[in-house]
Design a protein around this ligand. Structure first.
Ligand code: ZN
Length: 186
């Protein structure tokens, strides 16, 4: 019992450390420092420790058993690096374009989660394959989806170091989320 709590604490902390390193590389160290802090709150921590898996997220398991995950509902409402935070079916723009720093934090989060859960089996194309599967049901702005596909494709081709840096990420964000948008409006 106590073991699961300790193991879950280690998984969160290890994940946050990898996100922090990636966010520093991406030029958004502060986002890396405060990433996923709500996972230490009782609402998220206790449920996720109870359904601890080690090699994958406890959230789908909690959903299976309980019908919903209280940890996830708490998490997505407080963390702007999740596409679900921005989705609101009640407003005209249901899927807004996520601001740059949170979009980049999301990219670092995805890569870090893949690295932690896959361990030695991780390859530069792990995240692209995972995202292509997730994309089918993701409720997000198409531009943001295209940005993620492009970034993860670049990681699979050129690796993390060449892809995750401020110059490349700003260029891609402008290209996918800003330039086209302005053209569309004018
Ligand atoms: Zn998160």
């Amino acid at each position: 019992m106590g073991n699961k709590y300790f193991a879950h604490f280690c998984t969160i902390t290890k994940h946050r450390w990898i996100v922090f390193k990636l966010c520093c590389r991406a030029g958004i160290p502060w986002r890396g420092l405060v990433h996923d802090l709500s996972k230490y709150s009782p609402t998220e921590f206790i449920e996720s420790a109870k359904f601890y898996q080690g090699i994958r997220s406890p959230i789908p398991v909690a959903r299976n058993v309980q019908g919903y995950s209280k940890a996830w509902l708490h998490h997505k409402g407080r963390n702007k690096h999740h596409i679900e935070y921005w989705y609101d079916p009640e407003v005209p723009d249901k899927f807004p374009i996520i601001p740059y720093k949170y979009a980049v934090e999301m990219i670092c989060d995805g890569l870090a989660a893949g690295i932690v859960y896959n361990g030695k089996n991780w390859t530069p194309s792990t995240q692209l394959r995972y995202w292509e599967y997730k994309r089918k049901t993701a409720l997000a702005n198409e531009r943001i989806k295209d940005l993620l596909t492009e970034v993860y494709t670049q990681v699979s081709k050129y690796g993390i170091n060449k892809t995750i840096n401020p110059k490349n990420l700003k260029k891609l964000y402008n290209q996918y989320c800003i330039e086209d948008n302005e053209n569309k409006e004018s």
